[in-house]
Design a protein. Structure first.
Length: 147
């Protein structure tokens, strides 16, 4: 854990929060600056900045907590849906360098937009999509070390 990380301080109980779930590896609490009522953050207890650096056990626990909480979050605020997102790295808008999953309750007409609207860099051509898919497959191969 980090002494300077606000999420690590929440885990240690040094900073107050509105906790909604906790297990041995994950913690969930309401966002202090919510985008909507019920906006929840789910974090691993391990201080890790990026998803790709999570230990497998922490990733499993994080996404198990997400799976367990989505419906109760939506029901608590009477929202029929939610947007689930992770900002992975400062260039994506990640403000706190500790992995966290946003669960933002949504309803029709809330003007929140779709997650694909976050960026619009232009649509790639089919051959570019195929090339990118091949690169990802190659880099994800068990024989290849991550970047």
């Amino acid at each position: 854990m980090s002494d300077r990380c606000v999420f690590c301080r929440i885990i240690r109980g040094e900073t107050s929060s509105y906790k909604v779930y906790e297990d041995g590896r994950a913690l969930a609490f309401l966002d202090i600056n919510p985008s909507a009522p019920g906006h929840t953050l789910i974090i691993p207890k391990a201080h890790v900045a990026r998803v790709e650096d999570l230990q497998e056990e922490d990733a499993i626990s994080l996404f198990s907590a997400l799976h367990r909480l989505v419906e109760p979050i939506q029901r608590a605020v009477e929202a029929p849906a939610c947007t689930i997102g992770i900002n992975n790295g400062p260039e994506s808008g990640q403000e706190i360098p500790h992995v966290h999953v946003h669960v933002i309750p949504r309803s029709r007409g809330d003007h929140g937009g779709i997650i694909q609207g976050v960026t619009r860099t232009g649509r790639p051509q089919r051959h570019e999509i195929a090339e990118t898919a091949a690169k990802i497959r190659e880099l994800a191969s068990p024989d290849v070390r991550p970047l």
